[in-house]
Design a protein around this ligand. Structure first.
Ligand code: NAP
Length: 267
């Protein structure tokens, strides 16, 4: 399917690996020029090379911590390094950052909470604040926040994610409707369990919390998913690219759960 977004310009955060990379790859395959951000230079440059091999899109890699003001400034400024489509900023924003630590809430002091809120709530809000006005002025924009299944179904060991991402979700529910008439869509994509580096560390924490050895715990987790497997990052990236497409112009203010049917609700 032609997504109709070839030549658009996207900022994809936390995108040298995992779900962020998969979103950048799907957008690049659709002809979108992308800026990717991650902290570690080596994997970031490798990711940029892989993305360039996917098609004619321009790819710019910014080594920065997206949760810091300086990192966000660098990421936003990089829009001017993409081919000029008559303006100096982004048409598409995909927010993402590392997930918060797993553990017991008794161990989390205010500093730990502020870090989680900074990465998983305030950073996406800051990036939206900086990009929405331009999108609205041009009457076209797509924003996708990578959040988590934890906003629908709380994880026993990821309380920081349960809390911080729910704050973002509540804010987005209001903002998406405020900007909807200007051609800018704003949605959250909720990953269930995807086979990425992040998953490996979460499985270790989950096994510890459940008092199980790692392998039986992994088997138990897979058996709880109706599709009987973890998700593949490229499946997530494809959904992200569709939400950024011309065809998805009427999809806004939604929380799309991609979890192999694991959430047991009717709706
Ligand atoms: P991942 O495979 O560990 O990849 C994380 C990516 O984010 C890497 O490229 C990493 O590069 C980058 N990153 C992390 N912190 C960053 C920062 N402060 N600034 C810039 N880049 C940063 O993780 P993932 O599985 O794709 O997860 C992505 C997000 O989805 C996380 O918030 C995670 O909690 C959430 N999530 C994942 C799952 C799952 O099943 N995988 C489920 C629910 C929610 P550097 O380390 O070099 O910066």
């Amino acid at each position: 399917m032609d997504l109709g977004i070839s030549g658009k310009r996207a900022l994809v955060c936390a995108a040298s690996k995992g779900l962020g990379y998969a979103c950048a790859a799907a957008l690049a395959q659709a002809g979108v020029h992308v800026v990717i951000v991650a902290r570690s230079e080596g994997p970031l440059q490798q990711a940029a090379q892989q993305l360039k091999a996917l098609g004619p899109s321009e790819v710019v890699a910014i080594a920065a911590d997206i949760t810091t003001p300086a990192g966000r400034t660098a990421a936003l400024a990089a829009a001017t390094r993409l081919p000029n489509s008559g303006h100096g900023d982004y048409d598409i924003l995909v927010t993402n950052a590392g997930g918060p630590v797993a553990g017991d809430f008794r161990d989390w002091d205010d500093a730990v909470w502020y870090e989680a809120l900074g990465a998983n709530m305030l950073t996406p809000i800051a990036l939206m604040r900086e990009t929405i006005d331009g999108m609205q002025a041009r009457k076209w924009g797509r924003i996708v926040n990578i959040t988590s299944t934890t906003v629908k179904s709380p994880s026993p060991y990821l309380g920081l994610s349960n809390g911080a991402r729910s704050g973002l979700t509540g804010f987005v529910a209001g903002l998406a409707r405020q900007i909807a008439s200007s051609g800018v869509t704003l949605n959250n994509l909720l990953p269930g369990t995807f086979d990425t580096d992040r998953l490996q560390s979460n499985l270790v924490a989950g096994a510890r919390q459940a008092g199980l050895e790692l392998q039986p715990y992994i088997t138990q987790r897979i058996e709880a998913i109706p599709t009987q497997r973890f998700g593949r990052a490229e499946e997530f990236g494809a959904a992200c690219a569709f939400l950024c497409s011309q065809q998805a112009a009427y999809i806004t203010a939604q929380n799309l759960l991609i979890d192999g049917g694991a959430f047991p609700g009717t709706l």
